[in-house]
Design a protein around this ligand. Structure first.
Ligand code: SF4
Length: 381
């Protein structure tokens, strides 16, 4: 994505906003319109190579290509699912750390041109949810706003030749977005800037495990951006065993924050619930969940997500009749609920799985580049 040079001393061009590009153009004695052309190419077209800067003369492209990278990410692995069309990329950052990003095409016939990018906001995650591959692998660092936005721009560029585009972005990849608010706000600003990528705020969703003070602040800064809360259990004992942050921000405080958010924004909240067989999928728990969320009325929607197994995961996926029965009990309890089967199971699309698998391969065979990971289409850069 960045070309062949690796310049770690300077942030990439994608880090620069329009004003910074204008300053940069002045410093390089370039006419002001070059800054605007560059900004449009970076943010509207989503170019991934200096060669795509076709409005720039070749010698200028070469000169700036030697200065710093175009973007912040390099593709380490790109997997395509032959079963559902989802794609997953493992990106290397300038410091060699890696993050995952998933592209999810719509399967709804009413909405065939919907392409959702699921971005990571941190390398690893400090939240440590016990059912999550990323949570078990620990925390590396926060991503910057441009590292988050560049994940979207990568897929924008990949879809462009086919006349398709990224229509939705969800902050549901690696990391807890509300533990990295400045970068998430910066990424939201970059992705919704009408002069740049120009996504509507309603096409973005930030998903949190329940960092209560930040939910309260999000009610002020989030605008029309959607909020999803990862609940996973209707009572504190069970939730604390799945989501350690529940000990700090118990369900009562979380519900207060959600109520406050709905009252001040008049927007709906999605509650995410990973279904773990024999752990949180009993009908009694479904009824308890219905009682907990019923006061939100139509402002709450529950997304039931059968758990995606991974190497060290100690849970069992709840699906089929069990998931149906759980959803039915929620409906009978008066809640809106949808079962959402994750895409890309064949390409380790659940957050943290691909990185986990590649690290495992490297540990067992340092010369391996995970070349025999799966029989799927694959690009290794
Ligand atoms: S589920 Fe989300 S918040 Fe929890 S550990 Fe995984 S990435 Fe972090």
């Amino acid at each position: 994505m960045n070309g062949t040079h690796q310049h770690v001393s300077q942030p990439p061009f994608s880090a620069l906003g329009l004003e910074s590009l204008q300053e940069w153009a002045r410093a390089h004695e370039l006419p002001a319109y070059r800054a605007l052309q560059f900004f449009h190419a970076l943010t509207k077209l989503g170019i991934g190579e200096f060669g795509e800067l076709t409005e720039f003369p070749l010698d200028l492209r070469r000169r700036i290509g030697a200065e710093r990278p175009l973007r912040s990410l390099q593709v380490r692995m790109h997997l395509h699912s032959p079963t559902d069309g989802s794609q997953k990329v493992l990106f290397a950052l300038a410091d060699g750390m890696t993050v995952e990003t998933v592209l999810i095409p719509s399967t709804r016939s009413a909405d065939p041109r919907r392409y959702t990018v699921c971005v990571s906001s941190q390398v690893g995650c400090p939240a440590g949810c016990t059912f999550c591959a990323t949570g078990l692998s620990g925390f590396g660092r926060n991503l910057t706003g441009y590292e988050i936005a560049d994940q979207v721009m990568y897929f924008a560029q990949a879809l462009r030749p086919e006349g398709r585009r990224v229509t939705n972005v969800v902050f549901m990849g690696m990391g807890e977005p509300f533990l990295n608010v400045p970068s998430v706000r910066d990424a939201v600003q970059r992705l919704t800037d009408p002069a740049g990528f120009g996504l509507g705020q309603r096409h973005l969703t930030v998903s949190t495990v329940g960092i209560v003070p930040q939910i309260r602040k999000f009610a002020q800064w989030g605008g029309q951006v959607n909020l999803a809360i990862s609940l996973h259990a209707p009572n504190d004992d069970l939730r604390s065993s799945l989501v350690p942050y529940n000990q700090r921000f118990p369900i009562k405080d979380l519900m207060d924050a959600a109520r406050n958010y709905i009252a001040s924004t008049r927007r709906r909240v999605s509650f995410e619930y990973v279904l773990l067989k024999g752990t949180n999928d009993s009908l009694d728990l479904a009824r308890e969940l219905a009682r907990l969320l019923l006061p939100f009325g139509g402002s709450a929607h529950v997304n039931l997500i059968p758990w995606n197994p991974f190497r060290e995961g100690r849970f069992v996926r709840s699906e089929g009749p069990d998931a149906d029965a759980f959803a039915r009990a929620l409906h009978e309890g008066g809640l809106n609920a949808t079962i959402r089967y994750s895409k890309g199971l064949d390409i380790s699309a659940a957050c943290g799985q691909l990185r986990d698998t590649v690290e495992l391969k490297k540990a067992s065979n340092p010369s391996s580049d995970a070349a025999d990971l799966t029989p799927l289409q694959r690009t290794i850069a």
